[in-house]
Design a protein around this ligand. Structure first.
Ligand code: DUR
Ligand code: ZN
Length: 136
């Protein structure tokens, strides 16, 4: 990933974060996902009065890409107003992992960026490779 592309994803994730719908937590998160063919899909968290139905920025970005038929990714960028770069929840780690091993950049509003990957975020994750071949 070039520094220029990281900056571009940072900008897109920050912009997506502004659309977060967070009347319950007041915690806005933004995500920007770069596909293998260099398209960018974004997501923000969207909460619900039935709290458990809320969905994270990361999953919204991934599902948005899927909705356009894109499932091959180079990098996911996530940003929130956190003391340390934001740490994705377990559900998002599992969904990120569904589409393979790719770079993940975690950031906060202070400009701190931590580079990691989907595999590093979910060691020993469950995937389709773990399922019976006949079910593939
Ligand atoms: O990585 C994260 C962590 C939390 N949230 C959302 C879920 C909920 O709307 C709010 C507080 O948990 O932040 C995300 O979108 N991404
Ligand atoms: Zn999550």
């Amino acid at each position: 990933m070039t520094e220029m592309m990281i900056q571009k994803l940072y900008k897109e994730a920050l912009k997506a974060r502004e659309n977060a719908y967070v009347p319950y937590s007041n915690f806005k998160v933004g995500a920007a996902l770069l596909t293998q063919d260099d398209e960018i899909f974004t997501g923000c968290n969207v909460e619900n009065a039935s709290y458990g139905l809320s969905i994270c920025a990361e999953r919204n970005a991934i599902f948005s890409a899927n909705n356009s038929g894109k499932r091959k990714f180079k990098a996911l960028f996530v940003i929130a107003d956190t003391p340390d770069p934001v740490s994705p929840c377990g559900a998002c780690r599992q969904v990120m992992n569904e589409f393979g091993d790719y770079e993940v950049y975690l950031a906060n509003l202070n400009g701190e960026i931590k580079k990691t990957s989907t595999k590093e975020l979910l060691p020993y994750g469950f995937s389709k490779d773990d399922m019976d071949d006949t079910k593939k």
